[in-house]
Ligand binder design. Structure first.
Ligand code: PEP
Length: 240
């Protein structure tokens, strides 16, 4: 059985002392988790998590450019050098604040794939898309365009924009329906099932409601992942 995947996305919301405190707390309290666990710290703290027990590393973003004169950017090679097994691309905050298009997300995902780093492609509809009944259509278009250049299966993270950081998670029914639609959209495209994670205001109380759904293969957790004990409780509530 493929274990569920739980990813902590720390965004730009943590400082170095807190990273060290998280690691100490995690390692002191860590117990067996059936899920595979990843942490996506700000890149400057990747080395602080090197060798952390029970956790693999994930980039928060990657450049679509070849290594060279691109001030402030991080290449897939750099993520590889720091041992990242996965990399987020297309997070809604990057799509909205940096106007990242599906075409750019597809190029970034390819850069990761070429170095055997698994892309975690974030997709999700806006509140207006949902209210107009276009949510599945919008997400299907994002999924197809963002995966267009890949040869091997990525991970998809379904994160409705209205649920991220709002305290208003999707219902498990909404998430389950969208996950099933995403899987149907990709069909046999990669010759194997594509894991689809749910993200958006996941917390200790609602995590297992999502992961007990058939089509939900794990979680992408923002705010609730910044505290080691809270995140550990979420990870331990997730079955296989
Ligand atoms: C995210 O930004 O990926 C996310 C899921 O955030 P939150 O859990 O805080 O809604």
């Amino acid at each position: 059985m493929i274990p569920k995947l739980v990813i902590a996305n720390w965004k730009m919301a943590i400082d170095r002392d807190s990273v060290r405190h998280f690691r100490n707390e995690w390692e002191a309290n860590q117990a067996f988790c059936e899920a595979k666990i990843l942490v996506a710290p700000p890149a400057i703290f990747l080395s602080d998590l090197d060798g952390m027990a029970g956790v693999a590393l994930c980039g928060q973003d990657v450049s679509a450019n070849e290594p060279g004169a691109h001030t402030g950017e991080l290449s897939a090679q750099m993520l590889n050098d720091f041992g990242c097994s996965h990399g987020l691309v297309g997070h809604s905050e990057r799509r909205s604040s940096w106007s990242e298009s599906d075409a750019l997300v597809a190029k970034k995902a390819l850069k990761l794939e070429l170095l055997q780093i698994c892309p975690v492609i974030c997709v999700g509809e806006s509140k207006a898309d949902r209210e107009s009944g276009r949510a599945e259509e919008v997400v299907a278009a994002q999924v197809l365009a963002s995966c267009a250049l890949l040869k091997s299966a990525p991970v998809i993270a379904y994160e409705p924009v209205w649920a991220i950081g709002s305290g208003e998670a999707a219902t498990p029914e909404i998430a389950e329906a969208m996950h099933a639609a995403i899987k149907a959209t990709l069909g046999e495209r990669f010759g194997k099932p594509v894991p689809v994670l749910y993200g958006g205001s996941v917390n200790e109380r609602n995590a297992s409601q999502f992961t007990s759904c058939d089509s939900i293969d794990g979680l992408l957790v923002g705010g609730a992942s910044l505290n080691a004990r809270t995140f550990l409780n979420i990870c331990q509530s997730v079955g296989s």
